[in-house]
Design a protein around this ligand. Structure first.
Ligand code: NAG
Length: 270
C-alpha cells in the first residue's frame, strides 16, 4: 500500500521502504531544492508571492503563491492547513535584500478547499486562498496573475515555467533570488499511464516536466506560468513530486489545475 506523507526526516526513512515512492510536497526544505532553472529577470513574474510563516519573532519563506486580486493570494492547501501566522511578500526578487519594491502584508484569513485531505495529497484539491489584511498596491513590480478560463486544458508540451525560491542553481547552492525553470506540460492522457504517474494523477491536476535533467520544481503553492496567446497565465499550483526526487524521469512535478477550481475561487473572492 502506498503512503502519502509530508516530507520530514522520519518520512524519508519510511519512503525508502516503499516499493513505489510516494509523492512528497515541495515545501522549502533543503531536500526539495533542486538543480536546474535560472535566476529570473527581477520582477518578470510580478504576481509571484513569497508566503512566509512566523517562527518566534521572525518570518521565514515557506511556500510560493500567486497574487490573483489586490487582496487575495492563491497557494497550495498543504502550505496553510495548520494554524500558523502568515504574511506574504510581494514585489520580491532577492529574499535577503531590501530592494525597495517589496510589499509585506499579513494574511487575515486562509480559505482551504473543503475537499483537501492533508493525509492524502493524491486526493487533490490542494488549493487555498489567502485574504490579505490590506490590499496590495499594483505597479510594475506587483501585478495580478491572469487565470485561465474555467475548464481550459493545455495541449501536450505546452510552454510553461515554474517559478519559485525553492530552486537552486547547478551545484546545489541555495539561491535567495527568484528562479524559473522551463517545464513543458505532459498531458493527462500521457501522465496517467503506468510509465508516468499512473492513477496517482487526477484530471484536476497538471503534470509538467519529467523529461529533462534540468528544470525541476520550485516551491509548493507557487505558479506554473504557461504562455497562452502571447501572455502568461497561471495554470497550476505546485503540489507534489515523486518521493524519489524532484527530477525523476517520467515523474513530472504535479500541480493543482487552476482551471478546475474556477467556480470555487470565484465563490470565495466575490
Ligand atoms: C506527450 O509528449 C511526450 C513528450 O514529448 C511524449 O512522450 C508523449 O507521447 C506525448 N503524448 C501524446 C499523447 O502525444
Amino acid at each position: 500500500m502506498l503512503k502519502y506523507i509530508l516530507l520530514s526526516a522520519l518520512a524519508t526513512l519510511v519512503l525508502t521502504k516503499d516499493l513505489v515512492l510516494p509523492p512528497r510536497y515541495l515545501e522549502d526544505v533543503p531536500q526539495t531544492r533542486v538543480v536546474g532553472g535560472e535566476v529570473a529577470r527581477p520582477h518578470s513574474w510580478p504576481w509571484q508571492v513569497s508566503l512566509q510563516v512566523q517562527s518566534g519573532s521572525s518570518f521565514f519563506h515557506t511556500c510560493g503563491g500567486s497574487l490573483i486580486r489586490a487582496g487575495w493570494v492563491m497557494t497550495a492547501a498543504h502550505c496553510v492547513d495548520r494554524p500558523r501566522t502568515w504574511r506574504v511578500a510581494l514585489g520580491e526578487h532577492n529574499l535577503d535584500s531590501n530592494e525597495g519594491t517589496e510589499q509585506i502584508i499579513s494574511v487575515r484569513e486562509a480559505f482551504v478547499h473543503q475537499q483537501w485531505n492533508s493525509n492524502s495529497v493524491i486526493g487533490g484539491s490542494d488549493i487555498a486562498l489567502l485574504q490579505l489584511s490590506t490590499e496590495a498596491t499594483l505597479n510594475t513590480d506587483v501585478q495580478l496573475a491572469v487565470l485561465p478560463p474555467s475548464g481550459q486544458i493545455l495541449p501536450n508540451n505546452s510552454l510553461c515555467y515554474i517559478t519559485g525560491w525553492g530552486l537552486t542553481s547547478t551545484g546545489g547552492s541555495l539561491s535567495n533570488s527568484l528562479k524559473q525553470a522551463y517545464l513543458p506540460i505532459v498531458n493527462f492522457q500521457t501522465c496517467s499511464t503506468p510509465a508516468w504517474w499512473g492513477s496517482v494523477v487526477k484530471p484536476t491536476m497538471i503534470c509538467a516536466g519529467g523529461r529533462f535533467n534540468s528544470g525541476c520544481n520550485g516551491d509548493s503553492g507557487g505558479p506554473l506560468n504557461c504562455q497562452v496567446g502571447g501572455r502568461y497565465q497561471v495554470h497550476g499550483i505546485a503540489s507534489f513530486v515523486s518521493g524519489g526526487g524532484c527530477n525523476v524521469f517520467r515523474k513530472p512535478t504535479v500541480f493543482t489545475r487552476v482551471s478546475a477550481y474556477t467556480d470555487w475561487i470565484n465563490n470565495i473572492i466575490n
